[in-house]
Design a protein around this ligand. Sequence first.
Ligand code: C5P
Length: 398
Amino acid sequence: MFFSNKNILIGVTGGIAAYKSAEIIRLFKKEGADVRVVMTESAKEFITPLTLQAVSGNAIHDSLLDVKAEAAMGHIELAKWADIILISPCTAETIAKITHGRADDLIGAILLASKADKYIAPAMNMNMWSDSSTQENYNTLLKRDIAFIGPASGEQACGDVGPGRMEEPSNIIEFIRKSFKTGPLSGKKITITAGPTREQIDPVRFISNNSSGKMGYAMADAAIEVGAIVNLISGPVSIKPNKHVNLINVNSAEEMLNKVIDSMSDSDIFIGCAAVSDFKPSDYSDIKIKKEDMDDIDIHLEKNEDILTYVASEFTTSYVVGFAAETSDVKSNAKRKLKSKDLDMIISNDVSDKSIGFDVDDNEVNVITNKETIFLKKDKKIRIAREILKIISLNIQV
Ligand code: C5P
C-alpha cells in the first residue's frame, strides 16, 4: 500500500496507449491511492470516460469551462488536491502545450496551478518523438522538474520500430514509487482512539467528560500525512475527520474496547488518545427513569476495562502509546503509568493549565519513553501531533 492516502491525478490525452491508462489506475488503486482522471477530448476517442470512471471510482474531469464541473471540483481545487500528477499517455501536442505554459484546457491549467510532483509518460510515433521541436520541448520540461517516464523503444502501432511507445504501466508505477517520497510510516497501520465515551444510565442520560477529541483527531491527521493507514475509533465529538481516515464511531468504553480489539488484529501501532470513562453505571434502565417515581437516586458505578492496558498486554508486538492528562506531578505520574500499563510511550500534559489540554487548540506535552523524555513546548495540537509521530517513527525503526 505504498500510495495509501496519496491523491493521484492522471491526465489522459489522445494516443492509442490511452487504453493502458485503465491498468495504470488499477495499479495505483491497488497501492491505496485515491485516483482522479482528467481526459482531453481526443483521449475519449481511444477509451471511454465510463471505463476510467469505473476503474477510478470517481467522475471524470474533462472541461475547464463547464460551470457545473467547476462548481463540483474546480481546476484549482483539483490542482491542490493532487499529490502526484501523471500525464499518461502524453502526446506531442500536450508536451508542446505544457512547454509553453498554455492553460486553455483542464490539464494545462491544473499543471500550472499545482505544486504536486509531476510526471509525463510520452507516447507518439518515433519520428514525432525525435523531431527537434519535441526534443527541445522535452529538454525544456526536464529543467522545470517534470520527470519523464519513457518513452520505451519497440514496435509501434503504426508499424515503425523505435522510441515513442508509452512505458508499460507496471514500469510507470515502479518509476514513481522510486522517486516519490512518502512518509516514514508509509503503509503502517495505526489504531487511534479519540474523544470521550458515554456511559448510559437510561436511553436519554449518560455519564461523560469534557474531551473534545481534538488531540486524537490531530494525531490521526498527522499519521495520514506520514503515510499511515488509520483506524480512528472515536467517541461522540463534533469534528470532521480527515477523509483518508477510516472512522469508527462508538459510544461506550465497552464498544470502544471491542472495536479496538478488532482493529488491533492487524495494527502496528496503538495510540490511546481517548478520555475513556473509568466507570460505568452497573445497571442500565432501558426505559427513561421518571423523576415522579423517586425522590432521590443512587447510581452504582463499576470500573470499565482499561483499554490501553488491555492492548499493551494482549498485542505485545505493537507499539503502544498512551496519553496522561494530569493536574499535579505531571511527569512523575506519567512515568508511573508508562511502567504500570507497560507502554512503549506516554504523552503527558498538565490539564490544570486551561490554555492547553481539554477543548482548546493548543497543547504542551512531555513525550516519555523508557530511554528519554522530550519536552514539546506549547503549540497547535496538529504541530504537537506531527512531532509525536516523528518520535514514534524514529522509535519503531530501532
Ligand atoms: O490512567 P489514566 O486514565 O490517566 O490513563 C490515561 C490513558 O489511558 C489514556 O491514553 C487513555 O486513552 C487510556 N485509558 C484507556 N481506558 C480506560 C482509561 C484510560 O484506554 N478505561
